[in-house]
Design a binder for this molecule. Sequence first.
Ligand code: MRU
Length: 365
Amino acid sequence: MMEEKKNIMDYDTVSLDDENSAVVIIDQTKLPGTTEIIALKTAQEIWDAIYLLQVRGAPAIGVAAAYGIYVLAKGIDTDNYDAFYAEFKKQKEYLDSSRPTAVNLSWALNRMEQVVLNNADKSVAEIKQLLKEESVEIQDEDIRVCKAIGEYGLTLVKPGDGILTHCNAGKLATSKYGTATAPIYLGQERGYNFRVFADETRPLLQGARLTAFELQSSGVDVTLICDNMSATVMKNGWVDAIFVGCDRVAANGDTANKIGTSVVAAVAKQYNVPMYIAAPTSTIDMNTPTGDQIKIEQRKPEEVTEMWYKERMAPEGVKVFNPAFDVTDHELIAGIVTEFGIARPPYTESFKEIFAKKEVAQKNK
Ligand code: MRU
């Protein structure tokens, strides 16, 4: 479905259609040139959309998976709980196999599964209704969490600051505000006049195609740079802080994010620029002790050799290494900004406080 031209910020990154029969997304592989809205109805369509990065960014993947499993569950044609759960589980595991690194995918799907398990005494029709409510809550929570991260992030910077970001941890990677961009958007509303540097983010250009696009569309002062220019802008003194997102944070603070993030962190250390990770607590995986245990997604060589080029830019047959993410050592991270405050090193300790606050907030709900 082609849409009439409106600001990209006016579209929902992910939503459920009115009939509750499809997950509706902006096809991010076509941005910024074309805004195409697509409706995903089958398990294959949802899996492909996540794998092909039509919907991407850890929180947005989680929301898409939650709506996706709801849509698929709604279509399971049985009143028998055991038969329903068996089919639900099969579809859940299939969606979960679409991308390995972003923990939000399995986190959201597990939350949905818990609804089925906790309500075994209810009818299948009632469980389907509860699944819808949970998926909507996952999205509403994403908006609240990003806003809170923005508020905490804003305390780390001051008006006029230069901020560098890598990949897209923006609105297009979430439901609203983004994570790494949340302080930027809140600052924009409050007249902070940040100067933002967006790394283009090879090989899939999420920084150029998505971050530069959404920030520019929002009136933020954004400058696009190639990935290999971040040292120059930092050396020039143009960057006061770095905010990036994350796909999985290990219990010791090691952080997996888009490939190239660890290079930015190493350069930031060289030039004394604080490196902050914007992390919803749903992305902190306390079951993964260190970054060494995080599974890094490997993607197709063509993404490096020809995708986005008019013609292939590498010799045929050349060996290609194309990991989608890298792990930034916790020692290079000045702070991890969550919706429950800013965790500081040592993260093994500060995460305990963050999760204690989360528990209290959940109890008081
Ligand atoms: O491969 P992508 O585009 O899904 O990678 C996205 C990132 O690395 C983001 O920084 C991360 O998911 C956080 S999004 C708020």
